[in-house]
Ligand binder design. Structure first.
Ligand code: NCD
Length: 302
């Protein structure tokens, strides 16, 4: 494996290998000392879109493996002077780097970098438009497996803005490869019919599917990627698709509640659900560092 662009292109064995490796990195740098696996390596974080969790998580993962990091964000950079995406990346490459972690609003930008940078530089997709977000998919699956021991045979609902969510696509590919049943549930305008070709069940009534779910992953409405008018109001969305105490009462006991974050309290879920005992939202964040260590070590380690 040289790059990590999608979960679509990974096999079940490759995904399981990364999850197993991640389990070994939990607690490194906290309960146990930092490692030197990537000593002497330089990882550039190129974030052309906003990020809290993913960017900090990759930086911490690098440091816990002994790598140096470079952080780039377009504000304050020469992007504002008209420098192109590829020229920016090639200039940072010229300073001597081993890997690039890239987030961009255009689907396919990480793949484009693999065609313009030296083949010695690993490219890791940290979210490209509405396409994929493979490390988020891996950390979601890792968290499910941590709680349930396995993923095969579980029913997982992805709820919300399926059309514009890169997290949805990475979850669908990863979960179905590992043998989970995936239901995508949202307003008709936010669930493209073609998604059924990926082997998922389509639903528009959350209350009807909830009793069958072992896990639900609550996706944020991606207002920044939408044209307007895809649903009448945020209030109506919350009424039909928001997870709340009443819906929890309809669910299997112990159903896991995931959300990639950022969460909008009162929209995708109520505070009682976000902070309640079914929620593993902060476990996902903790696990994300270990998952990214596994990816970086696999791609750039000796
Ligand atoms: C997600 C993203 O950026 O795709 N967030 C994340 O990486 N944790 C989901 C989102 O923005 O809603």
């Amino acid at each position: 494996m040289t790059h990590l662009l999608t979960l679509e292109e990974l096999s079940a064995a490759e995904i399981t290998g990364l999850l197993d490796a991640a389990a070994g990195y939990l607690g490194v740098g906290r309960a146990s000392p930092k490692l030197t696996t990537l000593a002497g390596k330089v990882v550039a974080n190129l974030f052309f879109e906003n990020s809290t969790r993913t960017k900090i998580s990759f930086s911490l993962a690098c440091r816990r493996l002994g790598a140096e990091t470079l952080d780039f964000s377009p504000s304050g950079s020469s992007t504002a002077k008209g420098e192109s995406f590829i020229d920016t990346a090639r200039n940072i490459e010229a300073m001597g780097i081993d890997a690039v972690v890239v987030r961009h609003s255009s689907a396919g930008s990480p793949k484009l970098l693999t065609q313009h940078l030296s083949p010695r530089v690993s490219v890791i997709n940290a979210g490209d438009g509405a396409h994929e977000h493979p490390t988020q998919g891996l950390l979601d699956i890792f968290t499910i497996r941590q709680r349930r021991g396995t993923v095969a045979g579980l029913t997982v609902a992805l709820v919300g803005d399926i059309a514009h969510s890169r997290v949805a696509r990475s979850n669908i590919h990863g979960l179905t490869k590992l043998g989970a049943k995936v239901i995508v549930c949202g307003p008709t305008t936010l669930v493209p019919r073609e998604i059924a070709t990926l082997g998922v069940e389509i639903a528009h009534d959350l209350d009807a599917v909830l009793p069958r779910c072992d896990v639900i992953n609550l996706l944020r409405v991606q207002f920044e990627r939408q044209r307007t008018g895809l649903f009448p109001s945020v209030r109506e969305y919350a009424h039909l698709f928001g997870m709340n105490g009443d819906r929890l009462a309809l669910s299997k006991p112990g159903m896991l509640i995931l959300a990639p974050g950022p969460i909008n309290r009162g929209v995708e879920l109520t505070p009682e659900v976000a902070d309640g005992s079914n929620s593993v939202i902060l476990d996902q964040v903790t696990n994300g560092v270990a998952v990214r260590m596994a990816v970086l070590a696999k791609l750039c380690g000796a």
